[in-house]
Design a protein around this ligand. Structure first.
Ligand code: ZN
Length: 312
């Protein structure tokens, strides 16, 4: 069955290729860039401006952790000039997809590779639910690298440089756009730093998965959560709930956090197990699935800062 699918796919790709989408000559004559998740898409658009066509893959509300490319997605990837992805735990499908590529000159950018030593291993901090036996994995790099403004700066600089090399006619524009964008990221980074410094609370508790490790470590926040960042678990044991509720009490926290994808049940249960039971449940947006089309990476991270301030 899989084989038949592949043959069909190859035929489809061939038809698309023959019908005239070859390297460097998308319909508009611009660079044709395909990215996976929203943050990468938004960064690349900021850098490319109107000099390239940028399209995201993971944009129909599917969480990146359960994303599987459609035949259409594979075709889109196979003929693009530049493909940009994270390269982490959720991108296991990418290698197979790239085998189908028609454009042999394609530039593939793996952002975890770009970060090199700045990429950090996913950590199970005290209190997190243990993986079920059999689900345990070798330590892996934490893939949620976009949730650090410092990483964002590094990665945008790299993308701009790379685009300038592939499309030298527009090199100056890519550099100029990246440098303007970098200033925005810097300003926001400083604002986070200031907000954390201004608060006497340096601890956050998540009744949820925890993809914000990079952000927390950037500003020296201690964190507790029900699950690791990529965990597929949705049920927290009583021990986990009691542990988190105790951290909320001991640190006298005003809020319990949850993610945009969650129904908040675990956060509510933690709250009902605290002594004062008067915490706010606040939502931080980790941008793992489609985000409101009117928003941008910077606008979401700005909202996240306002939410964080309420909880610190
Ligand atoms: Zn993940």
């Amino acid at each position: 069955m899989k084989r038949i699918l592949l043959v069909c796919l190859s035929a489809l790709i061939l038809v698309t290729a023959v019908s005239g989408c070859s390297a460097n000559s998308g319909k508009s004559g611009k660079l044709n860039i395909v990215t996976t998740i929203f943050p990468i898409y938004d960064w690349t658009k900021e850098i490319a401006g109107d000099k390239a066509d940028v399209s995201p893959l993971v944009d129909d509300g599917v969480d990146m952790h359960s994303f599987q490319p459609s035949a259409e997605d594979i075709v889109k990837i196979s003929s693009c000039d530049v493909f940009i992805y994270i390269g982490g735990e959720s991108d296991g499908w990418v290698d197979d997809a790239l085998k189908e590529k028609v454009n042999k000159d394609m530039t593939v950018i793996n952002l975890l590779d770009v970060l090199g030593n700045s990429a950090k291993e996913e950590k199970a901090v005290e209190g997190m639910e243990k993986e079920k036996p059999g689900d345990e994995e070798e330590p892996e790099l934490d893939e949620h690298i976009w949730l650090s403004l410092k990483n964002a700066k590094t990665l945008c600089g790299y993308i701009a440089e790379k685009l300038g090399r592939i499309d030298s006619a527009n090199k100056k524009t890519y550099e100029k756009n990246a440098s303007a964008y970098s200033k925005k990221l810097d300003t926001l980074d400083k604002a986070y730093e200031k907000a954390v410094k201004a608060s006497d609370k340096k601890t956050v508790v998540f009744g949820d998965r925890f993809p914000f490790m990079y952000l927390a470590e950037d500003y020296g926040l201690r964190y507790y959560a029900a699950f690791k960042g990529c965990s597929a678990e949705t049920e927290a044991s009583f021990n986990t709930i009691a542990f988190l509720a105790d951290k909320v009490d001991k640190n006298n926290l005003k809020a319990i956090f949850k993610l945009e994808t969650s129904d908040g049940k675990i956060a509510e249960t933690v709250k009902s197990n605290t002594k004062s039971k008067n915490q706010k449940i606040l939502t931080l947006n980790s941008m793992q699935s489609k985000t409101d089309p009117r928003s941008s990476y910077v606008s979401v991270m700005t909202e996240n800062l306002e939410v964080l301030k309420q909880g610190l």
